[in-house]
Design a protein. Structure first.
Length: 217
């Protein structure tokens, strides 16, 4: 097609299922707020996904005692994406007397794929976690999860905590079902758990035909 000028554009917002406007200026954008997906029109009528845009979602979850292992759905997705960063901050610690073997994983309703178990097969112990503590994925090959309590000031270099430009990896979704990014942990029957974590994910779509459709679970 002939190269077109984008001198004047318009921006729209709606659901991913809404009919997108036609007869609009070339280069205009449409943001689907339910799937956090950006579209762009190349001719004023037809729309395609704006590929490789870095996106971020966050969700707060309360962790409580339960039957081990306890898995909390964080985000759901139906298509492939590049996972860049995944971490959580503690925003409330009412009772953190016993929480351990915590790790991130993905789940398609049948299969579980661990994202952050360490080299010996266990997760991180979060007993005594404090408000302001940070946990997340890192770049080390042997131990792929870090946990730092807020009991002192710290500096975590990029090679330890993962830099903004570092690409974590590619995640493929099982077709035809909803897949989940989860946080799994254990608790002792005699101990209480009541903590709130704010989870963040930074990711990018890799396909205009099958977007990740990432949403808060």
């Amino acid at each position: 097609m002939t190269v077109q000028s984008m001198s004047t554009i318009e921006c729209f917002i709606g659901l991913s299922t809404d009919t997108k406007p036609t007869g609009v200026p070339i280069g205009s954008r449409f943001y689907a707020y339910d799937t956090r997906t950006d579209f762009i029109t190349y001719d004023g009528t037809n729309w395609v996904i704006f590929i490789d845009e870095i996106k971020e979602l966050q969700v707060a979850k309360t962790l409580v005692q339960g039957t081990e292992p306890i898995s909390v759905n964080l985000f759901s997705f139906t298509g492939p994406f590049r996972l860049r960063q995944l971490w959580a901050t503690c925003i409330e610690a009412t009772d953190a007397s016993d929480i351990d073997d915590a790790f991130f994983n993905i789940y398609d309703g049948t299969n579980v794929v661990d994202l952050s178990k360490d080299a010996v097969g266990g997760g991180k112990t979060l007993t005594g976690i404090t408000v302001g503590s940070v946990i997340g994925l890192n770049a080390l090959p042997a131990v792929v999860m870090f946990y730092q309590k807020s009991d002192q000031c710290r500096y975590l270099p990029a090679e330890y905590a993962g830099s903004e430009l570092w690409t974590r990896g590619l995640i493929i979704a099982k077709a035809g079902v909803t897949n989940y990014i989860r946080f799994t942990y254990d608790s002792a029957a005699a101990s209480g758990i009541d903590i709130d974590l704010n989870f963040h994910i930074v990711y990018a779509d890799i396909s205009d035909g099958v977007p990740s459709a990432m949403v808060v679970a």
